[in-house]
Design a protein around this ligand. Structure first.
Ligand code: GTP
Length: 261
C-alpha cells in the first residue's frame, strides 16, 4: 500500500513580501444558459476568467477550486449568479477580493428592413463581477456592430461618402434588470444604420440610403448613445466607446465617454 503524502506546495510560505492583486484561471470554456427576451433562454458557450487576491505570505492559490465553483453552478450562470459565485470564491480561496469575467456570443434574430427576411446576428457580451471590502459590483458589456457614414465625406464629395463597420461598446452598471435586446436597440437606433446577417437587394438599397441620410462622426456616435444611456433611469454608470474601422485609412477612429450618474 502506498502511504505517500502529496504535499500542498501552494500552501507553503513565501518570503518575498509581495502580494498578488489577481491570480486564478483565464479563458476556461463552459456551457451556459442566458436569458433571451424572445425565446426564454439561449444556450451558448462562455469563456471565464476567475481571479482572487493572494496575500504576500502564501506561495500559491488553489487553482482547482475556481473550476469546482464553476462546475457546481452547472449551466445556470447569469449576472444574478455572480454575487453568489464571488462570495464562494472569497470563502473557498480565503481571499479578500475576487473577479469574474464571463464572455460569450449572444444571438438576436433580426428582420431585414424591407423584405422582412429573418436572420441571426451575433453580439459579443461580457458579464463582469468584482467583490472586495466595499461590496459586490456587477457590470454588463456588449459590443454592437453598426454602420457609420462620415458627415465630412458626404459634404465634400460629389458622389457617395465613405462608410464602414463600427463597434460601439457599451458597459453599464444598473439598479434594475435590462435586456441585452434593449441595449442593442438603443445603440442601433443611434448609428448611421444597423447591420444585419441577411439582406436582399431592396434591403441593401434601403440601408445604403438610410446610412447616407444619418451621417455620424465617431464623436456623434458616442455622444448620441451617451445621451440615451443618461436618460435611462435603470442605468447608474456607463462607458460608451466607438471604434470606426475607417475604410479610407488603415487605422480606426475612436472615442469614449465614461460617466457615473
Ligand atoms: N497555484 C498554482 N497552481 C498551479 C499552477 N499551475 C498548475 N497548478 C496546479 O493546480 C493544481 C490544483 O491546485 P489546488 O487547488 O491547490 O489542488 P488541491 O490541493 O488538490 O485542492 P485543495 O485540496 O482544494 O486545495 C495543483 O496540482 C497545482 O500544481 C500555478 O501556476 N499556480
Amino acid at each position: 500500500m502506498n502511504n505517500c503524502v502529496i504535499e500542498d506546495i501552494q500552501g507553503r510560505a513565501d518570503s518575498r513580501r509581495i502580494a498578488i492583486d489577481k491570480v486564478g484561471i483565464k479563458d476556461i470554456l463552459h456551457p451556459v444558459r442566458v436569458q433571451d427576451k424572445c425565446g426564454g433562454e439561449q444556450h451558448t458557450v462562455a469563456r471565464f476568467d476567475m481571479t482572487v487576491n493572494l496575500p504576500h505570505d502564501f506561495k500559491g492559490t488553489h487553482m482547482s477550486r475556481f473550476v469546482e465553483i464553476l462546475n457546481s453552478h452547472d449551466r445556470e450562470i447569469s449576472i444574478a449568479s455572480f454575487p453568489i459565485m464571488l462570495q464562494e470564491m472569497l470563502q473557498r480561496l480565503e481571499a479578500e477580493s475576487g473577479y469574474i469575467d464571463m464572455r460569450f456570443p449572444y444571438f438576436v434574430e433580426k428582420a431585414a428592413p424591407v423584405s422582412g427576411v429573418r436572420s441571426l446576428l451575433d453580439y459579443q457580451v461580457s458579464f463582469i463581477g468584482e467583490i472586495d471590502a466595499q461590496g459586490c459590483r456587477t457590470k454588463v458589456k456588449i459590443v454592437v456592430p453598426v454602420t457609420s457614414l462620415c458627415p465630412c465625406s458626404k459634404e465634400i464629395s460629389e458622389r457617395g461618402a465613405h462608410n464602414q463597420r463600427s463597434h460601439v461598446t457599451v458597459t453599464i452598471a444598473t439598479r434594475e434588470f435590462i435586456w441585452l435586446e434593449e441595449l442593442i436597440a438603443l445603440v442601433e437606433s443611434e448609428a448611421s444604420s444597423p447591420i444585419y446577417g441577411l439582406l436582399k437587394r431592396p434591403d441593401e438599397k434601403y440601408v445604403t440610403e438610410y446610412a447616407y441620410d444619418h451621417p455620424k462622426f465617431v464623436e456623434d456616435m458616442v455622444r448620441d448613445v451617451a445621451a440615451r444611456l443618461e436618460a435611462e433611469p435603470r442605468i447608474t454608470a456607463y462607458i460608451v466607446e466607438s471604434e470606426n474601422f475607417e475604410s479610407i485609412h488603415n487605422h480606426s477612429a475612436y472615442a469614449l465617454i465614461e460617466r457615473v450618474k
